[in-house]
Design a protein around this ligand. Structure first.
Ligand code: NAG
Ligand code: NAG
Ligand code: NAG
Ligand code: NAG
Ligand code: NAG
Length: 548
């Protein structure tokens, strides 16, 4: 056993206490204790109830290495059920560990549950978050970074430091009140603040850097709905990684980070030594909110730079679309982290899905839908219903491939797809807000982003980037526009596809992909974990013996 210096985590090499691990990979153990706490997020406001992980808000960063085996014991100290999910981790063959309603029974209050999964061939910047209800509005999130194994080349020199900034909109209302508000068919209020690493007081914290050196900043938007624009005044941002993919290293004055997205940039401290501000501010809305952290050059004596974010010329949406299209995969960057072929442009599409968002009122309550179907959870996690062959929990095919009739119906929506299918998914947004969608268990290639006021048609395929589109797990869809993605279904399981606009997700804008392989082999999917919690109609079931 060796002691690992970062974060008091124990690591053991090449042990065989668990089946289905790869030799030479290390085990990493985490204990995450979930409790309530009272924190004053802003000097002007009284303390608010937040969800702490190990006494911290945000929770501790999980610093991992490619191919690690993770054993994460989550202790639920809240007064209600709880689950953590891992935004952007692929959890190969293991949707049981995804920690969302459809895959995993909630951890009852006062109980604990040990997640057990393999990081796989991933690197990059991600985060974990509470997936049930709107607990995310109270915190409970934290960063995940996955470093390359030693000796594996990284497409840039080792930075002098590596900072994490979790940014997101924040609301004054207690999360249970917020839940009651949504359940009652009303929407959430305007954000009260933009938080950076759990702090709502502008310029109250600082990061210290040395002149001349280059630093990496990993930024995730862990908020509930607002797209944020990120900028370091006076400095250029060199984008190097987006949700586990090394990018073409382009320079940006500022970057839009939509809710649920993560990226990392390199910044060289090439300015006169003084204080600068790192700014995160709301975008595409009349709700102006922003927050800042001080970037402090060591040994500086001069004045703080003024708190004046850059105003981009022209329309914010056009600027953002242009920027989004410029974000591409660096095809020569060392490693295969896109999990699948780089020649995605040559693979034959086996099925096209056209997914249209909508909003409407059902039974006098606000609901949101995809192709007219608004998701409602059943009493049993879908993955367990599938495993135990419990009938009547969900129906495969309960959401259509294309938009159909007007109106919204409530359904435990599951789309059946085949292992090894290659999908084209066209996301249509006729609404006035920027939307963001995320797919668990996968990265997809963002092959096309429409112009403002454009409609998708088969002819739009001529504009697709079939060479070096970015591979990521979360994409925005601009207002009155569309985004097209390709996805290679190489990961068997029950995977959540959802709006990252959390109230919309909660009120139905999500469904599950059932990626099915007839083979029932552990080469395709791991069996139900031995310690899996059972609930709903699966409560008293006995596990079938698994025969590989
Ligand atoms: C937070 O503050 C409230 C009101 O003062 C108190 O009742 C509650 O116990 C506190 N919670 C925690 C976890 O400290
Ligand atoms: C709960 O935590 C204890 C150690 O604190 C551990 O021994 C036990 O296996 C855990 N239970 C589950 C279901 O993970
Ligand atoms: C939550 O709702 C209760 C009951 O309506 C109210 O007393 C309380 O002030 C609310 N708290 C917050 C923080 O919104
Ligand atoms: C620079 O920022 C640091 C940290 O916030 C602060 O203590 C210091 O007073 C600032 N210096 C100047 C000159 O504003
Ligand atoms: C792509 O990655 C390689 C390293 O594999 C690096 O040398 C090159 O500069 C990168 N290209 C761009 C355009 O970022």
């Amino acid at each position: 056993m060796a002691w690992c210096p970062d974060g008091g985590v124990w690591m053991m090499m090449t042990m065989t206490i668990i089946s289905f691990v790869q030799a030479e990979d290390s085990f990493r153990f985490f204990d995450l204790r979930v409790t309530y706490g009272n924190i004053s997020l802003n000097k002007r406001n009284p303390p608010e109830r937040v969800i702490l992980i190990n006494g911290k808000f945000p929770g501790p960063e999980l610093s991992l290495v490619t191919n690690d085996n993770l054993i994460i014991n989550v202790h639920n100290g809240l007064d209600e059920p709880f689950l953590l999910s891992w935004n952007g981790l692929h959890l190969k063959r293991n949707s049981y560990q995804d920690g969302v309603y459809g895959t995993t029974c909630p951890i009852p209050p006062g109980k604990n549950y040990t997640y057990d999964f393999h990081v796989g061939d991933q690197i990059g910047s991600f985060f974990y978050f509470p997936s049930l209800g709107v607990q995310k509005a109270a915190g409970g999130f934290g960063a995940i970074r996955i470093l390359s194994r030693p000796g594996i080349p990284v497409p840039f020199p080792q930075p002098a430091g590596d900072f994490t900034l979790l940014i997101g909109d924040w609301y004054l209302e207690d999360y249970k009140n917020l839940t009651a508000r949504l359940d009652g068919g009303r929407m959430i209020h305007r954000p009260f603040a933009v938080l950076i690493n759990g702090n709502g007081n502008p310029a109250s914290t600082s990061l210290t850097v040395d002149k001349g050196k280059t630093y990496r900043f990993r930024i995730s938007n862990v908020g509930l709905q607002m797209s944020l624009n990120f900028e370091i005044l006076g400095h250029m941002l060199k984008l190097v990684e987006v949700e586990g993919t090394y990018t073409i290293q382009s320079m940006y004055t500022s970057l839009d980070i939509h809710v649920g997205q993560s990226l990392s940039v390199l910044v060289t401290m090439d300015q006169p030594p003084q204080n600068y501000t790192i700014v995160a501010r709301t975008r595409f809305t009349d709700i102006q909110s922003q927050n800042a952290v001080i970037l402090k050059y060591s040994n500086t004596k001069s004045k703080t730079s003024k708190f004046v974010p850059r105003i981009e010329p022209g329309n914010e949406v056009d600027f953002s679309i242009k920027q989004a299209r410029s974000i591409k995969t660096n095809l020569t960057a060392s490693r295969q982290n896109a999990e699948g072929s780089y020649h995605y442009g040559r693979i034959k599409i086996s099925r096209t899905l056209i997914l249209e968002s909508s909003a409407g009122v059902v039974n006098r309550k606000q609901r949101y839908a995809i192709n007219g179907v608004s998701f409602v959870p059943a009493d049993t996690p879908l993955k367990l219903a599938d495993y135990f062959k419990i009938k009547g929990v969900f129906k495969v095919g309960s959401i259509p491939d294309k938009p159909g009739r007007a109106g919204i119906r409530l359904e435990t929506a599951v789309m059946g797809v085949h292992h090894k299918d290659f999908l084209e998914i066209v996301l249509l947004n006729h609404e006035k807000i920027v939307q963001t969608y995320h797919l668990d268990g996968y990265n997809f290639w963002v092959v096309g982003i429409g112009n403002r006021w454009s409609t998708w048609s088969p002819a739009s395929r001529r504009e697709y980037n079939l060479k070096d589109a970015i591979s990521r797990s979360t994409t925005q869809v601009y207002q009155k526009s569309w985004t097209a993605v390709y996805v290679a279904l190489d990961n068997v399981g029950m995977w959540n596809f959802r709006s990252e606009f959390w109230a919309r997700q909660y009120l139905g804008q999500q469904f599950y992909f059932r990626v099915h392989s007839p083979a029932s082999s552990i080469k395709d999917e791991y069996p139900l974990p031995k310690n899996a919690l059972l609930c709903g109609q699966a409560s008293n079931r006995h596990r079938r013996d698994f025969t590989p």
